[in-house]
Write a protein that binds this ligand. Structure first.
Ligand SMILES: C[S@@+](CC[C@H](N)C(=O)[O-])C[C@H]1O[C@@H](n2cnc3c(N)ncnc32)[C@H](O)[C@@H]1O
Length: 298
């Protein structure tokens, strides 16, 4: 078993979400390769964890990595909003580290990375739904442009959508490499040679759509809140600005309704040192709320 993902904001997460009493029950709603879960299980010897992931392949890595913790950890394959819907008032702590893992770019073979010529799939749960190739083949030019703009704020969304639709005339776009080439040729030279690869945002937007990330998010937040016990805490790590904005608004709404207190007043970001060691932590934002006790809520 080889682990490729470095968990972000680990010290901050342990400090702000660590247990306040013995025998706490935690849900890692996006366990991935199990980096956060391992740190919690090792750091806090009385906690129990349930780890959930929509991707069965990565869940196998977590199972192997965390086997030494025996019955202190359980695993569940599936979408976390569905899992939380069936677990009301259960957890002292819930952590959601959203999006995808380095595993998906480096090892999944499912076309998440524009720098690898793999089948254009991008599904976390490969047993259901449309692949990225299906989306690219089926969307109208207008819908594709809107998707790129709305999900990832891609400034050349229209040009890229036009180029994709024109390329479809020569056959279905089946690989990540083929799509990346079309995007590179569609955008202006300055954008082509910018710091960010020109296909970055298109690939992000497609991944979010394929996995219904923005559709599931409101239900995930609502169901996670209901799955917390009174005084339980929900921590959410986002990487995309749109996701972080939705989390911030949801937390603010819960606060206004008197259901929670804000554990973090503003988003917690990675330190300069962490960003130096792990550049992908640059865009990470951690926000935490605490559900009020029954009496406080009346
Ligand atoms: C950023 S990674 C988690 C990394 C993990 N904290 C670690 O330290 O190894 C996010 C993981 O959550 C999974 N995932 C994303 N959204 C999900 C959802 N709504 N329900 C279940 N799993 C999800 C992905 O398959 C991925 O493995």
């Amino acid at each position: 078993m080889e682990v490729v993902h470095t968990p972000v904001l680990i010290e901050e997460t342990l400090a702000l979400l660590g247990p306040r009493k013995n025998d706490e029950f935690m849900a890692d709603g996006t366990i991935g390769e199990g980096g956060h879960s391992e740190a919690f299980l090792r750091g806090f010897p009385t906690i129990h964890v349930v780890g959930i992931d929509a991707d069965r392949t990565i869940l196998e890595t977590a199972k192997e990595r965390l086997a030494e913790f025996g019955s202190r950890i359980e695993f569940h394959a599936g979408w976390s909003h569905v899992f939380f819907a069936g677990a009301p008032n259960t957890f002292d702590t819930i952590l959601i580290d959203s999006g995808i893992s380095v595993f998906h770019y480096a090892k999944s073979g499912r076309g998440f990375s524009f720098s690898k010529d793999e089948p254009l799939d991008m599904r976390l749960d490969t047993g259901q739904g449309k692949s990225a190739a299906d989306l690219v083949a089926g969307l109208s030019e207008k819908d594709l442009a809107n998707l790129l703009f709305n999900n990832a704020e891609e400034r050349y969304s229209r040009r890229i959508a036009r180029a994709v639709v024109s390329a479809r005339g020569h056959g279905r776009i089946e690989s990540a490499g083929a799509l990346a080439d079309i995007i590179e040729r569609a955008v202006p030279p300055a954008y082509r040679h910018a710091r960010l690869h020109p296909a970055t945002k298109t690939f992000q937007a497609l991944r979010m759509a394929v996995n219904s990330e923005l559709i599931y998010l409101p239900t995930l937040l609502e169901n996670a809140m209901n799955a917390l016990k009174a005084s339980g805490r929900l921590g959410f790590i986002s990487f995309e600005s749109l996701t972080d904005r939705m989390v911030k608004l949801f937390f603010r709404e819960q606060y206004k309704e008197g259901r929670v207190t804000m554990t973090t007043k503003s988003a917690v970001c990675a330190s300069v040192e962490e960003i130096r060691q792990n550049p992908s932590s640059r865009s990470a934002r951690l926000r935490i709320i605490e559900k009020k006790g029954e009496k406080e809520n009346i």
